[in-house]
Design a protein around this ligand. Sequence first.
Ligand code: 6AU
Length: 251
Amino acid sequence: AAPAKQRIALEDKKIVHPVGKRLVELALKKQSNLIASADLITTEEIIDFANKVGEHIVALKLHSDIIQDFSDNLIVELKKVAREKEFLLFEDRKFGDIGNTQELQFKKSIYKISDWADLVTVHPIGGLESLKVFENTGVITIVEMSSKGTLTDDYYFTKAINVSEESGNVLGAVAQRQIPDNLLLFTPGVNISSTGDNKGQQYNTPELVFKNYHTDFMIVGRGIYKAADVKTAAKEYQTLGWISYLQSLND
Ligand code: 6AU
């Protein structure tokens, strides 16, 4: 769909959540709206990846529960790289349960997500009160998915956005379309050399997601971590993403 109105620049977005503010600050400082998804399954690969792409990203997104040798040491090491290279740690847990269970998963699992994650993803399907348990961690709701045949239709999207706007914990949402300006928009399903995989994922280019969706942050997984040279790939996505963002301000 064509954009309904001119997009708001990152610095003009009225984001109140401290983690959201920090993310915007990092984006402007590093001239990057790239979040790298490190969907890797060993500590060694993740640390190596973080060191290589760190200077080009604003956040490193993890799926902790796919890491075969997950330990507190991985987090200690990642925090070091994150501090040095200035990026946030983002756990893509996609919580989706009642508040009490989400609280246990967030605080008590072996991943101890509450101890280190700056950002977490949550399906707002449990309703407003279930989001309270994330305290000061920045919540990003999944209001629409990138995969073919997703059940997140217009009706769900509208209700999920309402919950996100009402909750003080939510700084943004994951979607494949424009969302209200008071939330940051995060868009996965971005790849410059593929249109999809054979498991339902659908890809768009950075140009399209910044221009048509007014995305604030693009999330790139295989486009970077599967590249022969991940550092060069991260730099390429960073540059293309930032140029596309700047161009979308003038549309
Ligand atoms: O670039 P890819 O396809 O290799 O990886 C995309 C990453 C994966 C997905 O779990 C995630 O983005 N993702 C999400 C997120 C970020 O929540 C939502 C969605 O709708 N689609 C999607 O791919 O780590």
